[in-house]
Design a protein around this ligand. Structure first.
Ligand SMILES: [Zn+2]
Length: 274
């Protein structure tokens, strides 16, 4: 059982009432949280990654079947997950940040950085390779994420890693349209597909209505950061796994499936190759 599955059970035990997300009547697999007919558990494989993640999850985020932080824990073996509390700073997370085996980075839009906070748009040139990069991701809606950032002093001390897609708000403000991702075109091989994903701003995430156009899912952000730190195999693995989830998630629903119908084949091919 990975960290997000454990956190899910813990958070569920705190609930006095059943959490009713949209589609709560669907009978779900307890592990992948998809409808039992669309369970992806038998496809799940871990990557061999040299990076670590810590997910700081907002209250009931972990209960939402559409949550994609779980997919990071599916793929990256060294993934930790915590619930955020406004009043009690998380001691386990702080211990992890202080662990000398890790170099922690907060993944967040650079425009929100405090004056003393360092912001990286690529892997730092002086990165100490004896350390494991630990990426802290706030798993929440954008509004909640800003609140967590504002109210957590221990995050304000961390260097920030940002990716172009996180700076999307700027793009919107200047009315520059992000390039469109054409899903109907199935590239020749997964490598082509990958570079297309990494350099594209648009999310393939159609499961929740993004608060802002082009906002990425947590797992998509994680894949981009892995790629930035040179772990392109794990990045591709996670991206393809995200597409599998996205496709099967929409299969569970009556809404029109906008995800890539070739996702499972692409994922299987990638796993067989690696
Ligand atoms: Zn399952």
């Amino acid at each position: 059982m990975h960290a997000v599955q454990r956190l899910f059970l813990y958070r569920q035990s705190l609930s006095t009432t059943e959490f009713r997300a949209r589609g709560y009547k669907i009978i779900r697999c307890e592990v992948c949280r998809l409808g039992v007919d669309n369970c992806i558990c038998n496809l799940r494989q871990q990557a061999n990654s040299h990076c670590a993640f810590a997910l700081l999850m907002y209250d009931n985020e972990v209960l939402k079947p559409s949550n994609t932080g779980r997919l990071i824990a599916d793929v990256i073996p060294d993934t930790h997950a915590f619930l955020w509390h406004r009043t009690e700073p998380n001691t386990e997370l702080q211990q992890l940040i202080a662990d000398p085996n890790y170099q922690a980075f907060l993944i967040f839009p650079g425009e929100y950085a405090h004056a003393e906070q360092q912001v990286y748009e690529r892997k730092p040139v002086d990165f100490d390779n004896s350390k494991i990069p630990l990426f802290i991701l706030i798993d929440a809606t954008w509004r909640q994420a800003k609140k967590i950032f504002r109210k957590s002093d221990y995050l304000a001390k961390l260097p920030i890693v940002t990716i172009p897609a996180l700076e999307q708000t700027k793009l919107e403000n200047s009315k520059v349209k992000a390039p469109e991702y054409k899903e109907s075109v199935e590239p020749q091989n997964t490598d082509d597909r990958h570079s297309e994903l990494i350099y594209n701003f648009d999310s393939r995430y159609q499961m929740r209505k993004a608060e802002k156009e082009g906002q990425l899912a947590t797992a998509e952000v994680a894949a981009k950061v892995l790629d930035m730190f040179g772990d392109s195999d794990s990045a591709m693995h996670l991206d393809l796994w995200f597409d599998v989830f996205s496709y099967r998630y929409q299969q569970s629903k009556s809404q029109k499936n906008q995800a890539n119908s070739g996702a499972i084949n692409l994922y299987k091919k990638f796993i067989a190759k690696s």
